[in-house]
Design a protein around this ligand. Structure first.
Ligand SMILES: [Zn+2]
Ligand SMILES: [Zn+2]
Length: 712
């Protein structure tokens, strides 16, 4: 039964092994014929048969050594060209850099449906006719004549060849048009060339996809543009992946997962909103798609274009021009400071909340400004970074608070369905009639979320009438946050209402600030942004500045309409710290000044980009066990030569220490040398697996390494 083939080729195959197995390298199998690296195969693993990628030839067995009994490859997925060496190098690099198994990264980079298909099913799928090239889809997007700034950027890209560029373009400067034309030039220059265009949010892909299809469909057929993101069905994802892998798709548009798309003729990578934290994967292999894009571009000789109005400080520093004794950054910096067809950037108005009557939530000036806009038929947008009605429900008598029994966090009061919901573990209950501790009937919400803001606004604006010309009537308020958009299609429906002008005031979390083009919004307000100024996370001010600049950029996008209205867009910020330098830079729309100030602070404190970090995290039944594991892990690498160059901080609980009855702790690891940090991490990995199996691993549920963490 278990007869091995008489003449066996030994091949290494990357397969998805269980994370706790500690197997980081591809496994060896027998094959009846030599299989080129990159070939997709099905192989036995334990009791199952799984998808794998041939990673190379296995070394021959040393003479006289009895190796383990090898199992044969079960099937070769014929008809698919092997994955390229460039793709495999990308996977190898990502696995090594982010401390994960090669097989895990390789398989995560393939469409899920490929795992389920047998060789025959795949052959049938491949025989299916691709979308006809003649089907050009909706036509009608012709290239615009570039502005002088756009033309200058395109000329630099044309002359620049391979390498990475950072495009610092103000909101409304027409970055998308630059992406479209840069892609068009690349595709026209080489009939096989492919481009990868990445955006941070799934919600932004349909909008962009429509534009790319309209522009490139007439040239290359509608099938030349494919999308890749987690909102697609498995058959759709397989279809996109095959089109890209076989070279039929010339353009792949996608979210961070698209960085692993198989693109054999990759010539250009665009990373839009490159500063966006969602490019960093927050589970499994915690990779940064932005950073991998830069690496992939260099490996494959493709040009990389990172674009943002508020670049990450890493990329900004990485694109600094050469100066005395400093060779400058690795990226070339391009700038488009002017807005195209959009009004001036909004005037920024800071409301000093210290001067407001006590317990003011919405200042009279802001309410008045919103009311005026409603009366003129203009739209306003209010940002508050907390959903629900109130962050906590409390008893005034005994001090009871709506703590989550499973987490070290409060459950949020949602008035809409009268529930107390934990935003960390999901635990939800009906609001109690009386205080569960003392029976007091008078339990009250403390603090404020988007639901409550919506309710308060409705009260404050109750007497305001919409213009008669627009049909009159009372103000229409809408709320967009994770609660209001839980159902599929709900976000798109709500956004459409805002676009149609069926909403006068939009209340929401940062989700409404990203990318959506609200042409009739002339007022944007940040209701309570102060938390980020003094956060323990050193990146919080950077994220706040970017959010405010982006939201401000949403206002007054239609200059002709604004002029006709006789209006000017405004951004209102309610703060107890109006003197904070962040707001000073924001007022002048001066990203470079903000970046310079932040970089100075980071340099003084040796924070990224002046150092490199990783987090070692442990989850356990008790906080003691979690911290004990981390402390033992730290002691375990003391003997390594790199240990002197890599600082390991004491283990601490996470900000939300307990979630769903799991205690969480982390240890920050930091070095001024990325090489030293990487070497230490590589040697740490097997030791951590060993530690987990020993007495220090008692009670440990899981551990993980996060390299270049975005949230500290
Ligand atoms: Zn009570
Ligand atoms: Zn909870």
């Amino acid at each position: 039964m278990k007869e091995a083939p008489e003449i066996g080729f030994r091949v290494q195959v990357a397969v998805q092994t269980p994370a706790h197995s500690g197997i980081a390298e591809p496994l060896t199998y027998l094959a009846a014929a030599a299989l080129p690296a990159g070939t997709l195969v099905r192989v036995p693993l334990g009791q199952r048969e799984v998808l794998g990628v041939v990673w190379g030839e296995a070394a021959p067995e040393a003479a006289g050594v009895e190796g383990p009994v090898l199992r044969p490859v079960a099937a070769v997925l014929e008809g698919l060209p092997p994955l390229s060496e460039g793709w495999r190098d990308l996977v190898d690099f990502a696995a090594r850099y982010y401390q994960r198994a090669v097989g895990e990264v390789a398989l995560a980079g393939l469409p899920p449906q490929l795992r389920e298909l047998g060789a025959d099913q795949l052959a049938r799928r491949l025989a299916r006719k691709p979308r006809a090239a003649a089907d050009a889809g909706p036509a009608g997007d012709t290239p615009r004549t570039p502005t002088p700034e756009q033309a200058a950027v395109l000329a630099e890209l044309r002359a620049g060849g391979a390498g990475a560029f950072l495009l610092h373009g103000s909101t409304g400067s027409g970055k998308t048009e630059v992406y479209l034309q840069a892609v068009a030039e690349r595709l026209a220059a080489d009939p096989e060339a492919q481009a990868l265009v990445m955006v941070p949010e799934i919600n932004l892909t349909p909008q962009l996809e429509a534009r790319f299809v309209a522009r490139f469909g007439p040239l290359y057929g509608a099938g030349a543009v494919v999308a890749m993101h987690s909102g697609m069905t498995n058959p759709q994802r397989l279809g996109s992946w095959l089109a890209a892998h076989l070279g039929r798709a010339r353009i792949v548009l996608g979210t961070r997962m698209a960085v692993f798309a198989s693109l054999p003729k990759l010539a250009l990578i665009v990373v839009d909103e490159e500063h966006d934290p969602s490019y960093k994967q927050q589970e499994g292999a915690r990779y940064s798609a932005r950073d991998l894009a830069v690496w992939r571009g260099r490996r494959e000789g493709a040009q990389v274009l990172l674009g943002s109005a508020t670049p990450s400080l890493e990329s900004w520093w990485g694109s600094r021009p050469p100066a005395d004794g400093d060779p400058g950054g690795r990226y070339r910096r391009l700038a488009m400071p002017s807005r195209v067809g959009a009004g001036d950037l909004p005037a920024v108005r800071l409301v000093d909340m210290n001067l407001q009557p006590p317990r003011t939530r919405l200042s009279a000036g802001l309410v008045d400004a919103i009311a005026q806009r409603v009366a003129r038929g203009e739209q306003s947008m209010l940002l508050l970074n907390r959903r629900g009605y109130a962050p906590v429900l409390a008893c005034g008598d005994c001090g009871w608070k709506s703590e989550c029994p499973h987490c070290s966090a409060y459950r949020v009061f949602h008035k809409i369905d009268r529930s107390l919901r934990c935003h960390h573990c999901g635990f939800a209950e009906r609001v109690p009639r009386a205080c569960p501790a003392c029976g007091n009937l008078d339990i009250a919400p403390v603090g404020r979320g988007t639901e409550r803001l919506e309710e308060e606004l409705a009260e404050l604006l109750a007497g305001v009438q919409r213009p008669e010309a627009d049909g009159g009537g009372p103000v229409r308020i809408a709320r967009i946050d994770a609660d209001s958009t839980r159902h599929e299609g709900e976000l798109a429906r709500q956004l459409a209402q805002v676009h149609e002008g069926a909403v006068d005031v939009l209340v929401g979390t940062q989700m409404i600030a990203k990318g959506h083009d609200f042409r009739r919004i002339t007022l944007v307000a940040a209701v309570n942004p102060d938390g980020a100024l003094f956060s323990s996370d050193f990146r919080a001010p950077e994220r706040l500045f970017s959010l405010l600049m982006q939201s401000g950029g949403r206002a007054g996008r239609d200059s002709a309409w604004l002029a006709a209205q006789g209006s000017r867009a405004e951004m209102w910020i309610q703060t107890f710290h109006p003197q904070h330098p962040l707001f000073g830079a924001l007022r002048r729309h001066d990203y470079p000044a903000f970046a310079a100030q932040q970089l100075e602070e980071r340099r003084a404190a040796s924070l990224p980009p002046f150092s490199f970090q990783a987090l070692l995290r442990a989850d356990a039944r008790t906080q003691e066990a979690a911290q004990g594991f981390l402390t033992a892990a730290s002691a375990d690498v003391e003997d390594l030569p790199e240990a002197a160059a890599v600082q390991r901080y004491p283990a601490v609980p996470l900000t939300i220490q307990r979630v769903a009855n799991v205690e969480r702790a982390q240890m920050l690891v930091e070095s001024e040398s990325r090489v030293a940090l990487q070497r230490l991490l590589a040697q740490w990995h097997p030791r951590l697996h060993a530690l987990r199996r020993g007495p220090e691993g008692q009670g440990i549920i899981r551990w993980l390494v996060d390299v270049d963490p975005q949230l500290i």
